[in-house]
Each structure stands twice: as structure tokens, then as C-alpha cells.
Design a protein around this ligand. Sequence first.
Ligand code: PLP
Length: 395
Amino acid sequence: MKINENFLNLKDSYLFATVGAKYAAYQKAHPEKKVLKLSIGDVTRPLAPVVIGAMHRAVDEMSRAETFKGYGPDQTCYGYDALISSIRGSYARKGVSLTDGEIFISDGAKSDCGNILDLFSSDNTVLLPDPVYPAYFDANVMAGRRVIFADANEGNGFLPLPDPAVDADIIYLCSPNNPTGAAYDRAGLKRWVDYANERGAVILYDAAYEAFITDGSPRSIFEIEGARECAIELCSYSKTAGFTGVRCGYTVVPASLRRGGAELNKLWARRQSTKFNGVSYISQMGAAAVFTDEGERQIAETLAYYRKNAQIIADCLDGLGIWYTGGKNSPYIWMKCPNGMGSWEFFDVLLERANVVGTPGCGFGKNGEGFFRLTAFSTEENTREACRRIAALLK
Ligand code: PLP
């Protein structure tokens, strides 16, 4: 018996554990201080009332033999019509026409970021932006793939473009990005789509934060001509509608995406019917309520709440003349540490002198050193107070 030794190549992730330990140690030593967390990476507002109503009705259906549901429908990899057609409708409003068979219901974007790799040989080279959402990197290390990086930095606004001299087979893009909050415009995405099509590469496009886009940037890679021939899109109700604890998402694999003589849509359907048994009916019915007129209105209120917090943070940094990305199309603000400080150095100063916690950028890759992530997921009151303290500390 041999284990998968690739697991031994994973580095321990100290980032959030160290943030938590430093916060706990400070709070223990200074119990009288109110430490404010602008490090929250999870949603905090409750589910929309239409979602709650739909989930209650689904539970009631489960209580009666006549309406009880077991496994979901086989022919759509266990996605219910009501949900698939509401997702199709939401894409149509972005100008993207999908067929039902192109939409696969998932339990969230994170699982499919890794699961989708089943379709590709471990010989492929994977290109990731640096800094990056750590799950993309770890999932590929586990599979033993060679990983190379595209440098994201202040010079390119943390939105790297393809380098024609670099050969990659699988490219992960996340827009709006975690951790940087930066979002690609049409021209930037078109460059990646053209690069992928020229080389026969595949783009894995993580659109988990698309609902935060406000400036007309693309909300789906399929808004870009040629993307249906090279991209798979991973999306989720987690940040759109507060489903981080409910679990529901979707992956779009276009019928026209062919590699190695095969239709990836068919391979994915085969993979899912073998290794997956669907998302609960109750979660799917809650998710189906999100893209109704009333659902869209209600989630817009919650998104507006987070956006206001992002604006409060952005205004604070503007007032201090600090460089940052994000905040506009994203709940994340990626700021340059003041006075040339390193990420952890700034973390300590902020914790000890302003009693505010954020996330050191160096935890997301080497290019994150000297940067710091703040998030809009706290309460408005705490966000305002944290910004008042940051302004007092740095002015
Ligand atoms: N992708 C990105 C970039 C994320 O930041 C997150 C969660 O923070 C996820 C995916 C995970 O989303 P889900 O809850 O749908 O698994």
C-alpha cells in the first residue's frame, strides 16, 4: 500500500490559525479592549425571507409521502428543474444563453475547484495568479501537478495578463478576486480567453463574488466571445445569498468545450454521476428562490449592506492616501501596508495600537507580502469604528 505522497508536499497553512492565536492572546492579555475584526471571510447577514419561505415549504413536502423527494433527477446530475431554470434565467439576464445540460448543481464552488481536476491528466501545468485563493494551489499539489504563477502586483493592479512566453494547460482565474478584490474588465478577460484558445488550455473561472460587481465588468466569463470554447465557470450562492452554511452552487461546462477529442461536458456528467449524489432538495429550493424577482430584490439589500461597509473602508483609505484594490466590485479591500511595513508587522501594529484585526497578505502568496486584506463582512457599526481607529493611528 502506498499513500498519495503528494499530500506530503502540502505546506501547513498557518495564516488563519496564527491570526486567531494572536487575536486570542491579545484579548486574553487585554480583556478590557474591544477588538474589532475586519478579517471575517464569511457572510454574517441572515438568509433572505424568500429563501427561508422556500426552504420551509420544501421541508413540508418532505414530510408527506405524496411529495417526498429522494435522490434528485438522474438526467440533470440531481439538479431540480426549478433551480436549473432559475440559473439559466440569471445567465440570460447577463446576455449568456445556456442549455439545462450545461448547468451542474454543486454543493459550492470550493468542492468543484478541486473536483473538476478529475477531468485533466496530472501531467498538465497549472497557472495560478499570485496571490491566490489557497484551495486552487493545494488541490493541484494533492494531484501532483506542476504549478506556475502569474505575478499580480501593484503595477498591474493585481490583475495579471497572460504572458505569451509561458505555457500553461489549466488556468485558474477568480474575478472579483479573493484576496485582492480586483475584477477583470472585458478586455482583460478577452486576453485570457484568446490565450487559452490559442494554446488549447482550459480556464477554470471562479465567479463566486460576481454578485458584488457594480461597474459593468463581466459577471460571467461567458460574456466574452470565445469563452464557451475554453472555459468552465464555478459559481456559488455562498456570497451571493448567504449560503455558506446551507451549501449550494453551480458549475457551467459548455457543450462546445472540447479537449483531447472529448466533450468536457460529457466527462463531467459522467464524473458527477459516479462520485456525487446531489445537493439536498431543501437547499436547492432555497437557492431557486434567490433568482426570482423578490429574491433578487431581497439579496440586493444584503449586498448593499456589505457594499456600504466596503465603501466606508475605501473612504478611510482614500482619506489616508493609502493604495488599495477592491472594495468597489468586491467585499474585500486589499491595501498596501503603510510606511513600507511587512504584512505581519502591520498586523501587529494594527492589533496592538488600534485593536483591529485584518489578514496579512503574505498568507496568500509571495506577492502578498507588504499587503493586507480587510473585509466588508462585519457590522456597519464595527466597520465605522474600526476605520475611525485606523484613521487615528495612521494620519
Ligand atoms: N472561491 C473563492 C475565491 C472563495 O473565496 C470561496 C470562499 O471564501 C469559495 C470559492 C468557496 O465558496 P463555497 O462556499 O461556494 O464553497
